[in-house]
Design a protein around this ligand. Sequence first.
Ligand code: TXA
Ligand code: MG
Length: 345
Amino acid sequence: ETQVWRVDPNAPDLEHTPQIIAAAEKLVQGEIVAFPTETVYGLGGNAKLQDSVRKIYEAKGRPSDNPLIVHVATLEQVRDICTEIHPIAKKLIDTFWPGPLTLVLPSRGEVSNAVTAGLSTVAVRMPSHPVARALILASNLPIAAPSANLSGRPSPTRADHVFYDLDGRIAGIVDGGETGVGVESTVVDCTTTPITILRPGGISKEQLVEVVGAVADDPGLTRSDQIPKAPGMKYKHYAPQAMMYLVPSGKEKICELVATEKNNGRRIGVLTTEENRDSYPDADVVLVCGKRSEPATVAHNLFDVLRRFDQKNVDAIYSETFSEEGIGKAIMNRMSKAAGGRIIE
Ligand code: TXA
Ligand code: MG
C-alpha cells in the first residue's frame, strides 16, 4: 500500500518533521518514495543500493538502459560521487545550484551500476525545493530519482498525478503541493568542450551562455539521423492517449481542422492559451495551459493539461505552439514529444 505524507513546503525545520522522518526512514530501509522537486515529482531511492534502484525501474516500467539523476543536498555528496568538478562545472554549480540544472560528470563508481546504466558518467543535481532538500538531508543519502510517472506518461507536477500512475507500486508519496517550474531540469554534459545540452529544461540555453560562453546542443535532439546522448531522449514520452498535433500557424488553421473533424463526427480537443481561450467555439474540449505572454505559466501547467485531456475522451488534440526562446525551448521539446513529432504546417 502506498502511504501519503502531506507536508507544508514552507514549514520551518522540515527535515525534522514526522512526515519527512517517516519518508526518509523508508529510503534508508531500501524502499522507494516519491517527492516534489521544483521541476516535477521524483521517484527516489538510495543511489548506492542496487536493490532500491531496481525497484525504481520496475515501478516505472522504465527501460534499464536509461540512467537516473542522482539528487544531492551538499557539495560533499557530489565529490563522493564524481571524480572531478572542473572549473566550468564549478561555475555552473555556483550560479545555478540549488536549481533545475543537471550536470553529467565523470563517475567515481560510488553509485549503483543500475543508476548510470553502465556509463562512465553520472548525472547529478541539487534541487532547490525545500521538501526535496529536507528528504535528502534526513536520509543522509544520495537519492537516485527519475520523474515519478509511469514510463512514457507526462511527468507528474502534483501528488495526485503520482498517485494515479504509481499507487500500490511504491512505498509512499510526500505531497508538498504543485511543483513550480513544471518541466524537468536541463541536462548538461560537462565532459565535452564546449559543454553540451542533452535535454532542454528549467535553465535556458541563454542563461547558460551568459555564464560560460560557448554551449553546444546535442544534435541528436533535433536530427533524426543521430541518436541522442541522453538515452532517455530517444524514447516516446509525455504522450496523451489521443493523437496530438502541433499547429504552428495557429488559430485559423486550428479552427479549420476542428470544422473538418466535426463533420467526420469526431470529438476534438484544443490546447490553447489564456489569450485565445474563446477562439475555438466549435471544439468539444478547450484546455488552457497558461499565458502566451508569460511562458513560465505554460511550462508550469503543461503536463497537468496533457493529463487532463486523458479524462476528456477526445479523439484528437490540436495544439498551438510557442516561441523557442528561453523556457520555450523546453516547452516545445516536450510538446513535440507529446505529439510524437506530428506537425501540421
Ligand atoms: O527535473 C528533473 O530532472 C527530474 C526531477 C525529478 O529531478 N528528473 C528527471 O529524471 O527528469 P528522468 O530520469 O525522467 O530524466 C533523466 C534524463 C534522461 O533523459 C536520462 O537519459 C538522462 O537524464 N541521463 C541520466 N544520466 C545520464 C548520463 N550519465 N548521461 C547522459 N544522460 C543521462
Ligand atoms: Mg522522465
